[in-house]
Design a protein around this ligand. Sequence first.
Ligand SMILES: Nc1ncnc2c1ncn2[C@@H]1O[C@H](COP(=O)(O)OP(=O)(O)O)[C@@H](O)[C@H]1O
Ligand SMILES: [Mg+2]
Length: 286
Amino acid sequence: MTTVSVRGATKSFGRTTALDSVDLEADPGVTGLLGPNGAGKTTLLRTIATVLAPDRGTVTLLGRDPSRPDDRTRIRERLGYLPQDAGFHRGFTVFEFVDYVAILKEMTDRRPRHDEVRRVIALTGLESVSAKRIRALSGGMRRRVGLAQAMLGDPDLLVLDEPTVGLDPEQRLRFREMISQAGEGRTVVMSSHQTEDITALCTRIAVIHQGRARFAGTPAELTARAEGRVWTDTRRSPAALAAWRTGDGAYRNVGDPPRGAELIPPTLEDAYLLLVGEFEPEVTHS
Ligand SMILES: Nc1ncnc2c1ncn2[C@@H]1O[C@H](COP(=O)(O)OP(=O)(O)O)[C@@H](O)[C@H]1O
Ligand SMILES: [Mg+2]
């Protein structure tokens, strides 16, 4: 059974079509939504987190239909969600906040609930700051608190919206470890506008752009699409959709190579640039 199945999801806010007939499937492992700001990633993740219902289309989560109230309750019991703008109660301590979310999740028995709160605090490496107020924590630590509350009750489906944004390189590595561990045996759907996170973590990716799913597959499949379309030169090629000077002084050109160009292996970022560039040539043709 597919954990997440979205078919033809369409969602508008006034005149903005945030999702335009999007299909998405996700199974155990880490699935990444990649796309520029405003692409519709958060709207799609909120749909998967049962916060939002699409105007059209069908959503099936853990074999159930979130538009039915009792199914929705069952889904939420097995779902963890880290929103993009996690609104923390900054006056709470870490323990108090995670405990509060556990209460909202209807973990009513105090002792097993506290055991579970301590478990997720340990899992996310927050033991040493458990008694600290959230307002006194660094941004990276706060993101961990967001992950900790999402891991309560050992959910089968974990929805993480931009989990690594604003983290320094070391924190980002630690977060990658935690997310990849979470993806063992469970379905993680995360968003990022950073190709590095997606390359490092995801078993599958969907590129979301202008409210549409432009690609779905493995990172290797996306990268392969740029095969033969990246070349190196001593200058910026006029044929390039994008070109930049690299550390060694040579230009990395992405686009349609001229005859005899010195082709080099593409990266996921090249393929992503080409894919997005197909739909907005005026932006990449700078
Ligand atoms: N609650 C809302 N009200 C009005 N417009 C919204 C709302 N949520 C999202 N949008 C619009 O929908 C589009 C997609 O937004 P979003 O899903 O947040 O994209 P992303 O997460 O990829 O940056 C944007 O144009 C955004 O302004
Ligand atoms: Mg977003």
